[in-house]
Design a protein around this ligand. Structure first.
Ligand code: C2E
Ligand code: MG
Ligand code: MG
Ligand code: MG
Length: 286
């Protein structure tokens, strides 16, 4: 461990900065093989009907089981993969694996014929013609059941190349997929931009729930987003429901779909499968 304080402080800070750069560089090198070496895994988090607790679908969340550095979260490597270009292979792998997994669940589990699968996309996948073609190919497979696929893209990511993004998403929507704007409310996109997006769903960022200390304000913000979504005929999924109180508030405000630790944490396919098989409502209706 580096020793903090004292006259060596700046030197130590530099050493840490160097370590960090070396770490990033090493990870970037390792990324090239991660997909083909089978080091990527997907955790699934249920998306539920907030009134009944019924599981409507699952969001696919990628993890990197690194051979020496343990399990890395997407926050630790997705931006690096965007820099190296590995995001195309990773993104296609996630979409293919998650849609195949959902197809298997629909086929094998009773009562799951309409299960949705939500997959996150990087804007770079939309910008790369080969990557976009790969996405279309996967969506076009009959087993994918494209009407049950949700493609999630963040407001901030879209803003970086708004016109290209709209064109590509419009093409994907034309194939039958639904488009969700992820982390909605954090990207300050203008209302006119929102109206121009080929969106079907707004995913309300969890920061709007976390801010519950200032109840009147955050309630007003949630009401505003729900009202806006209603006016634009968009569905809403609330993210990051951690407490029963947040669930109750959302229900009172008329938000009907959501996900979060209070309902279920993300977990490996076996966890999702057990929840689907149990067919028991996850915490709701209480
Ligand atoms: P996201 O799409 O907004 O996904 C939700 C994140 O919030 C996930 O983090 C999830 O584990 C976490 N979460 C869920 N419920 C709760 C809760 O109640 N409380 C809190 N505090 N967190 C909750 P995760 O898995 O670390 O993913 C982070 C982000 O990485 C995702 O945010 C998404 O933007 C990105 N990501 C994940 N998988 C992929 C992927 O396959 N491709 C790309 N391009 N990005 C991905
Ligand atoms: Mg997401
Ligand atoms: Mg989100
Ligand atoms: Mg997020």
């Amino acid at each position: 461990m580096a020793k903090h304080g004292g006259k060596n402080r700046y030197q130590l800070f530099d050493a840490e900065g160097y370590d960090h750069m070396a770490y990033r560089a090493a990870l970037k090198t390792d990324l090239a093989a991660a997909t083909s070496a089978g080091q990527l895994r997907i955790d699934y988090q249920p998306i539920a009907d907030l009134d009944t607790g019924t599981i409507l679908g699952a969001e696919a969340l990628v993890r990197w089981h690194h051979p020496t550095r343990g399990i890395l979260s997407p926050a630790e490597f997705v931006h690096l993969a965007e820099e190296t270009g590995d995001i195309d292979a990773i993104g296609s792998w996630v979409l293919e694996t998650a849609t195949q997994q959902a197809a298997t669940w629909r086929r094998n589990l009773p009562g799951c014929a309409d299960l949705w699968i939500a997959v996150n996309l990087s804007p770079l996948q939309l910008r790369n013609p080969r990557s976009l073609a790969a996405i279309k190919d996967i969506l076009s497979r009959p087993a994918t059941q494209v009407a049950n696929v949700i493609l999630e893209i963040t407001e901030t990511a879209l803003a970086r190349n708004i016109e290209g993004g709209i064109t590509a998403l419009t093409e994907l929507k034309a194939l039958g997929a639904r488009i969700a704007i992820d982390d909605f409310g954090t990207g300050f996109s203008s209302l006119s931009t929102l109206a121009a997006l080929p969106a079907d769903i707004l995913k309300i960022d969890r920061s709007f729930l976390r801010a519950q200390e200032d109840k009147p304000l955050s309630t007003a913000m949630l009401e505003g987003i729900l009202g806006l979504a209603h006016k634009l005929s968009l569905d809403v999924i609330a993210e990051g429901i951690e407490e029963p109180e947040q669930l109750h508030l959302l229900r009172d405000l008329g938000c009907t779909m959501g996900q979060g630790y209070h309902l279920s944490r993300p977990g490996p396919p076996q966890m999702m499968e057990a929840l689907l098989l149990a067919q028991a409502p996850i915490p709701a209706a209480s």
